[in-house]
Design a protein around this ligand. Structure first.
Ligand SMILES: [Zn+2]
Length: 394
């Protein structure tokens, strides 16, 4: 893994740049850490290499493996036999519906609530439960604490989504222990998009993402737990939802966390069609600001700021993420992707500006000061009074 990448380079197959950060263990993420980035081989990113590998997989064999796994856990007495965490977006809608109606499982769906639902996000969540037909537990962390942590993560890491991601990864294994349901299914493995390619060859999530033998090292918003308690008016007990699951309890509960994308060939557009047909999922009636898409990541208003900050820190915005994936899945050409990125990647999501300010309790000047603080000099130049990207994909 190259941690000293200085030159911005773009994949010759898709349009992702070598600055794309990989997923990290978020409850240990400190501001000074150097983030691992996507790897390149002969000018091609690992996500594109993986897309080619996927073509060689015998998906029928994988489907059989999934059926065997389900047989092992399937409950004949009617109680829940697996947990599907999700928001009711296209991916969790597909995962839960496929497991319940095609494989005869009885999933309990669990939702780690978004910071603030969009209208379409709330409608889709309702449709998931009402039309898809699932039992669901919607879990909200304390809004007061979550807001505070989100603001710290925004100000200190430029990563307003960090506390949410921590909870999202923990909610499956945590409910597995709470309800004594050992099997947990998440949808797609992030390695599909450029984490370590080896991660795609195993069906289970690395334990380090959600569990620890000793969880004293919790760090949120770049601030260690002890300081959050001593200086930020947060109680130790307020942080329970963000703590990694205790390793011993996990072992006792025999929890297994699997990615469905190991067993089923994952294609976001196909998941969208499936969810639209089976759980009443609907795309937005307007494109996502910062991109051209209408159906990905549309349930939480803060997700728009999350992607905008990735653009600020790494020079790749939401259109780059969407287009790269669609190029890999042969939905658009690289040339179309480049033009979509030039058109939309830089667009600030002003539709939700008031929501960002209200949620983070900042005024607009403070918001922009924080945003500008995270512009990497490797990515940005200031010409007169305007920020311009040093490099753009061509
Ligand atoms: Zn690529």
């Amino acid at each position: 893994m190259d941690l000293e990448i200085n030159d911005v380079k773009y994949c010759s197959k898709c349009i992702i740049s070598n600055q794309r950060p990989s997923s990290v263990v978020e409850f240990k993420n400190k501001s000074e850490d150097i983030k691992p980035k996507i790897t390149f081989e002969n000018g091609i990113c690992s996500a594109c290499i993986w897309a080619l590998e996927k073509e060689k997989i015998n998906w029928e064999v994988r489907r059989n493996e999934l059926e065997l796994l389900c047989d092992k856990f399937r409950n004949k007495n009617g109680s829940y036999d697996c947990i599907v965490p999700g928001s009711g977006g296209k991916d969790s809608a597909f995962a839960s519906h496929f497991l319940k109606y095609e494989l005869g499982m009885n999933p309990l769906t669990v939702t780690w609530a978004p910071h603030k639902y969009t209208d379409i996000g709330w409608k889709n969540f309702q449709s998931w439960v009402q039309i898809g037909g699932f039992d669901n537990i919607l879990i909200h962390p304390s809004g007061k604490v979550h807001k505070k942590l989100t603001r710290l993560a925004f100000e200190n890491l430029g990563h307003p989504f960090q506390p949410f991601i921590i909870g999202q990864k923990l909610i499956g294994p945590r409910t597995s222990i709470m309800y004594d349901i050992p099997l947990v299914f998440y949808g797609e493995n992030q390695a599909e998009y450029g984490n370590k390619i080896e991660d795609n060859y195993k069906s289970t999530m690395d334990l380090s993402f959600f569990s620890e033998a000793n969880s004293d090292e919790l760090t949120i918003g770049g601030i260690p737990e002890a300081t959050l308690v001593s200086d930020y008016d947060i109680k130790k007990s307020d942080l329970n939802m963000y703590k990694p699951v205790d390793f011993t309890m996990l072992k006792k509960a025999k929890t297994e966390v699997h990615f469905l994308s190991y067993y089923v060939k994952w294609d976001p557009q196909e998941m969208f069609y499936y969810a639209a047909e089976n759980t009443g999922f609907r795309p937005n009636d307007e494109r996502t600001q910062g991109s051209y898409s209408k159906y990905s990541g549309i349930d939480d208003v803060l997700e728009w700021l999350h992607f905008y900050m990735i653009f600020i820190k790494f020079g790749i915005g939401r259109a780059t993420y969407d287009a790269s994936q669609e190029i890999r899945n042969n939905k658009i050409t690289r040339e179309e992707g480049v033009s979509l990125v030039h058109k939309y990647d830089h667009e600030f999501p002003k539709k939700y500006l008031e929501d960002f300010l209200e949620y983070l309790d900042l005024d607009e000047k403070q918001l922009w000061e924080t945003i500008d603080k995270f512009r990497s000099p490797k990515i940005w130049d200031k010409e007169e009074n305007n920020w311009v990207l040093k490099t753009q994909v061509t």
